[in-house]
Design a protein around this ligand. Structure first.
Ligand code: NAP
Length: 341
C-alpha cells in the first residue's frame, strides 16, 4: 500500500469496467439482466462524468452591492455604539471646482455618511480657490475633534498641487490612505489606513472563502491608489504577487498562471476568458464605457465567467465597495480616538 488511491480513468468501456469491478460470481443476479442493469447505470455515470468535465461551471458572481449592504449594516451598528459613548464618527469632504462627475461622487459619499449615522461636512469651493486657502481649511479640519476623516476629492484644479494637499491631511485622519505616511505604513505592515478601493477588493475576495496563502495573484495596473496598494494587501495575505503594467510584454502569460487576477487599468476588454486560468478569482476595478455608452469594466465578463470560479461584475462589484471602505476607515479613525478618550 503506497497510501495513494487508485483513480480509474473515466469513462471506462464495459470490458475495462468488468475487469476493474468484476461482477460478483455466484450472485443470484449474475446474469444478462444484471449485466444490462450495470450497463445502464454505468452509461448514466459516464454521461454525468463527461458532461461535468466538458461543461464548465459558470463563475459565481461576487456581489458587491450585497456585501456593501452587509458591511454598512455593521458599520451603522458600530457607529451607534460609538456615538452612545460620545464619539460620533465624522467625515469632512472637500471639493474644489465644478467637475460634474466629482460632484456626484462627493454627494454619494455624504449621503452614505448620513445612512450609517455619521456626522459629515461637505465643503464646496470654486475652481479658483487658492492652494493656500485649501491648506488652511485642511489645517482647521485636522484640529476639529468632530472630524475623524478628511477627504479631498480628486482631481483638483491645475493650480493646486495634489500631493501638497494630501500630505497636509493629518495621518490619523487620512481615510483615503493616499499620503506617503499611510503608504509607508501599508508597505511596512503597520496599522494605517488602507486605500479604499483595494481594501474593498480584499473584502470581495474574502467572500469566496479562498485562503490566499501560497496562491498566485496578478495585479494589472500599478497606480499609487489602486494597483500598488492592491499588490501589498495581497502580499500581506501571503499570496505570491506579480504586478503587470503597460510595459509588460505578454500579459496573458502572467494572467494564465494566476489564481487571482485584479484588473485596474481603465481599458475595456483588457482581460478576456482565454487569458484566465480555470477556477481563478477575477476582480474588475475598471470603470469604462462601451460603444453604446454603457458602463463596463476592464474585464470581458461574459468570456471570463465561463472559465473563472468567481468574478465581480461592473457595475455592482468593486464600485459600491469603495465608499463602504471609506466609511469603514472613518469609523476606525473614530474608534481609535474613542480608544484614547
Ligand atoms: P491609472 O492611474 O490610469 O493606472 C492604470 C494602470 O494600468 C497603469 O499602471 C498602467 O500602466 C496600466 N496599464 C495601462 N494600459 C495597460 C495595458 N495595456 N496592459 C497592462 N497594464 C496597463 O488608473 P487607476 O487610478 O489605477 O484606475 C484604474 C481603473 O480603475 C480606472 O478605470 C479607474 O476609473 C478605475 N477605478 C475604479 C474605482 C472604483 O471604485 N471602482 C476606484 C479607483 C479606480 P503604466 O503604469 O505603465 O502606465
Amino acid at each position: 500500500m503506497d497510501g495513494t488511491r487508485k483513480i480509474p480513468s473515466f469513462p471506462l468501456s464495459r470490458e475495462r469496467r468488468n475487469e476493474r469491478f468484476p461482477p460478483k460470481l455466484g450472485h443470484k443476479y449474475d446474469n444478462d439482466a444484471r449485466q444490462a442493469a450495470r450497463d445502464t447505470v454505468w452509461r448514466a455515470y459516464n454521461f454525468v462524468f463527461v458532461i461535468s468535465l466538458e461543461s464548465p461551471m459558470p463563475a459565481q458572481t461576487i456581489d458587491g452591492v450585497k456585501l456593501s449592504q452587509q458591511l454598512r449594516g455593521d458599520i451603522a451598528a458600530r457607529a451607534a455604539a460609538l456615538t452612545a459613548r460620545g464619539v460620533k464618527p465624522g467625515l469632512a469632504v472637500i471639493i474644489v471646482g465644478d467637475d460634474p462627475a466629482s460632484h456626484v461622487y462627493v454627494r454619494n459619499k455624504v449621503k452614505a455618511c448620513g445612512d450609517v449615522g455619521f456626522h459629515s461636512v461637505l465643503e464646496k469651493y470654486d475652481a479658483d480657490f487658492s492652494e493656500a486657502a485649501l491648506l488652511d481649511r485642511i489645517a482647521a479640519l485636522n484640529a476639529d475633534p468632530a472630524i475623524h476623516g478628511i477627504l479631498v476629492q480628486m482631481p483638483l484644479p491645475k493650480h493646486i498641487d495634489p500631493s501638497k494637499v494630501i500630505e497636509a491631511i493629518a495621518t490619523t485622519k487620512d481615510v483615503d490612505g493616499y499620503s506617503v505616511l499611510s503608504a509607508g505604513e501599508l508597505m511596512t505592515g503597520l496599522d494605517g489606513f488602507r486605500p479604499c478601493t483595494p481594501y474593498g477588493c480584499m473584502k470581495l475576495i474574502e467572500t469566496t472563502g479562498v485562503d490566499l496563502r501560497g496562491k498566485h495573484a496578478v495585479v494589472i495596473g500599478r497606480s499609487n491608489t489602486v494597483g500598488k496598494p492592491m499588490a501589498l494587501l495581497l502580499l500581506q495575505a501571503n499570496a505570491t504577487v506579480t504586478i503587470c503594467h503597460s510595459a509588460t510584454p505578454d500579459l496573458a502569460y502572467h494572467t494564465r498562471q494566476a489564481d487571482i487576477v485584479v484588473a485596474a487599468v481603465g481599458r475595456r476588454n483588457t482581460l478576456t476568458g482565454d487569458m484566465v486560468k480555470p477556477g481563478a478569482i477575477v476582480i474588475d476595478v475598471g470603470i469604462n464605457r462601451d460603444e453604446n455608452g454603457k458602463l463596463c469594466g476592464d474585464v470581458d465578463f461574459a468570456s471570463v465567467a465561463e472559465v473563472a470560479a468567481h468574478a465581480t461584475p461592473v457595475p455592482g462589484g468593486v464600485g459600491p465597495m469603495t465608499i463602504t471602505m471609506l466609511l469603514m476607515n472613518t469609523l476606525e479613525a473614530a474608534e481609535r480616538v474613542a480608544g484614547r478618550v
